[in-house]
Design a protein around this ligand. Structure first.
Ligand SMILES: Nc1ncnc2c1ncn2[C@@H]1O[C@H](COP(=O)(O)OP(=O)(O)OP(=O)(O)O)[C@@H](O)[C@H]1O
Ligand SMILES: [Mg+2]
Length: 631
């Protein structure tokens, strides 16, 4: 059979061998052969034939030895290459088997609607066979999307604890590799592992954390292929091949099992290729918008769950949950929840932990509300730096902050002042920190205008009391410009309705574009100039309060919200006395009390916090506090 198939090749080989042999005989006869001493001696064809067959076994041995050496070399070369690739393609994936993880959905607090939606999917996943039997197909994937620290990874951990099937997990970044194709191998391995578990355990969950590292849109990513491609090409973004691999693995044709295929083809029997794997892919990302649209279509990540910051009720639950884990004095959870509005669960957890550290540093074994308050302040406005200002610098900072504080109080009654300080924190020489009194999710035009005016108030105060303003207002101007820019170019509050939001460049470049447009620039500047004029008038009317606040700040460095309100009432700037009267020095800095070092005192009932903002006096060349504070 074999000989028949290769008859032509064999014949050709024999003919060529004959031709070569005859050529050798002729060459030996006419040209000669080497006689061993370097001379050529002509020999007859008979002698040449005899010589050939005497020499042939030696030749054969030599050839065989060389071939063997070459084969061993090639084998080790290939073996090394294969070993390196095998090692590199070993996925950095880990597996948790049922019962190996002790977290459950009960540990995800304050996000009951999200937990509910996830449980629904898990129910369908577990009832896979039943659901398929009646003609449906369960979700293939859930994508948790949302800002940092909201509990996306925690939800995945809860799934690991409750799914009852193996949980294979990897971080998106672990698929990036130096060599093109290695990342694809890792994805393939992870899915084939999952298919194996699915057959054995009736299902498997794959979790890819920070999935944007591998699933970024094919339209706009670097790495992989192209000019820089070739052998090297994984890079950040994973390369186009990784997304494609993920797409096919999640909803493509399953790779056939070789052994089964062999049995089926040889013996014409055996099970058909199965497409019945029960695999749920869970992804988590902060930026779902960058993911490839094909990943988000039904059949892949068919459930997209937005995981956002919890509301007040949710926060209470989270606070109570974490307080239960630490030693603490009786604490009003509602009060902590109000003070931490807008916080992510991770931030709430961190505040409680920091509070415990304060308590321990203070030699106590349990934390109090005061510790939480201090931890919150440090989180929001930073640590005080032990820097002494000159008296001129301190007075300048004090009048700057007095401008912010008083204008903020008069124009933003919904956002009470929490602290006025002239202590250095990072790049800010002093700051006014305020927080909204109720959770709100939108803003009006007059609120934007008020924000701009509060930002400009520090500069106006410097001009009025010092005769000129310096580097202090640089951050404030940036904040005010940014708000005016948004009003004119994105919120339809200027002369044009066209939205800059459609520019794909991101805010920095949008601002540059607007700044190059003389008309838009004039409009933005007009808003700022108008606001500045009105602020000047307002501050002019508040001279006594401004000076009293300046002096109080020079004297005490820091005033809490209550102290600030008491002072405004004492100076007649407001008619109503504050709900809580603070102990204050007599007007114009003839103070009677020393303020405790470090942190300001804790107000009796601080305002509920949602939107925050910190207006500050910048250090030379310092970066400003962002508009809207730290959220
Ligand atoms: N709902 C919650 N209940 C209790 N703790 C939570 C909750 N959400 C988050 N946490 C805690 O906050 C921390 C951060 O959560 P997690 O890692 O899940 O955030 P994430 O959304 O994955 O953030 P990132 O996007 O930065 O990865 C964890 O320690 C977690 O225990
Ligand atoms: Mg995470």
């Amino acid at each position: 059979m074999y000989w028949q198939r290769h008859r032509r090749g064999l014949r050709l080989t024999l003919i060529w061998a004959g031709v070569l042999f005859v050529a050798y005989l002729f060459a030996a006869w006419f040209v000669g052969v080497n006689d061993g001493s370097g001379n050529m001696t002509q020999v007859s064809p008979a002698t040449a034939t005899r010589g050939f067959f005497t020499f042939f076994p030696t030749l054969l041995r030599g050839v065989f030895g060389s071939v063997l050496q070459l084969a061993v070399g090639v084998f080790f070369g290939v073996f090394q290459f294969v070993a390196i690739f095998w090692f590199m393609s070993r996925g950095r994936t880990y597996t948790l088997f049922p019962g190996e993880y002790d977290l459950s959905f009960d540990d995800v607090r304050g996000q009951s609607h999200i937990v509910g939606a996830t449980k629904e999917v898990m129910k369908l996943f577990r009832g896979f066979k039943e659901f398929k039997r009646i003609g449906g197909y369960p979700p293939h994937g859930i994508l948790f999307e949302g800002p940092p620290g909201t509990g996306k990874t925690l939800l995945a951990k809860a799934i690991a604890g409750e799914s009852g099937v193996p949980f294979v997990y990897a971080s998106g970044a672990s698929f990036a590799a130096m060599f093109l194709g290695v990342g694809n191998l890792r994805i393939q391995r992870m899915f084939s592992k999952a298919r194996k578990y699915s057959e054995k355990y009736g299902g498997c969950v794959i979790f890819i954390d920070e999935i944007d590292a591998v699933g970024a849109s094919r339209g706009g990513q670097g790495g992989g292929g192209g000019m820089m491609g070739g052998l090297f090409g994984g890079g950040v973004g994973g390369g186009m091949g990784l997304v494609n691999e993920l797409l096919t693995q999640m909803d493509g044709i399953d790779a056939p099992k070789r052994f089964r295929r062999f049995v089926r083809r040889t013996f014409k029997r055996g099970p058909k290729q199965s497409s019945n794997y029960n695999i749920l892919v869970v992804g988590a990302t902060n930026i779902a918008a960058t993911l490839d649209p094909a990943l988000l279509r039904p059949g892949r990540f068919d459930r997209k769950i937005h995981v956002g910051n919890p509301g007040e009720e949710g926060r209470k639950d989270i606070i109570a949950y974490y307080l239960r884990k630490v030693a603490h004095a009786p604490i009003d959870v509602d009060r902590v929840a109000r003070a931490t509005a807008g916080y992510s669960p991770a931030r709430v957890k961190n505040i409680i932990n920091e509070a415990l550290i304060y308590a321990l540093q203070d030699g106590r074994q349990s934390l109090t509300y005061e510790d939480i308050w201090h931890a919150k302040l440090t989180d929001e406005i930073g640590l005080v730096e032990p820097v002494e200002y000159s008296s001129t610098e301190k007075a300048a900072t004090a009048i700057h902050e007095a401008g912010h504080a008083i204008v903020s109080h008069l124009l933003r009654p919904w956002q009470p002042v929490q602290i006025v300080t002239v202590r250095k924190r990072g790049e800010t020489l002093g700051l006014v920190h305020s927080q909204e009194a109720a959770e709100s999710y939108g803003r009006t035009k007059s609120q934007f205008i008020a924000d701009i005016k509060v930002s400009l108030a520090g500069m106006v105060a410097e001009e009025m009391w010092l005769g000129e303003s310096g580097s202090g207002p640089s951050g404030d101007l940036q904040t005010a410009t940014s708000v005016a820019f948004s009003m004119v170019t994105k919120l339809g509050m200027g002369s044009q309705l066209a939205s800059f939001n459609l520019l794909a460049n991101g805010q920095e470049n949008d601002v540059a574009t607007a700044m190059r447009d003389p008309q838009l620039r004039r409009e933005i500047d007009d808003i700022l100039q108008q606001c500045k004029r009105e602020v000047r008038q307002l501050i002019e009317e508040q001279r006594p309060a401004m000076e009293a606040l300046r002096d109080a700040l020079v004297e005490r460095d820091e005033l809490t919200g209550d102290e600030f309100l008491t002072l405004l009432w004492q100076t007649g700037a407001v008619a109503e006395p504050p709900k809580i009267l603070a102990q204050l020095p007599v007007r114009n800095g003839n103070g009677n009390g020393k303020h405790p070092a470090g942190f300001p005192g804790i107000p009796e009932e601080e305002p509920v916090a949602w939107g925050r903002s910190s207006e500050s006096r910048s250090a030379r060349g310092g970066t400003p506090f962002e508009f809207g504070g730290d959220e």
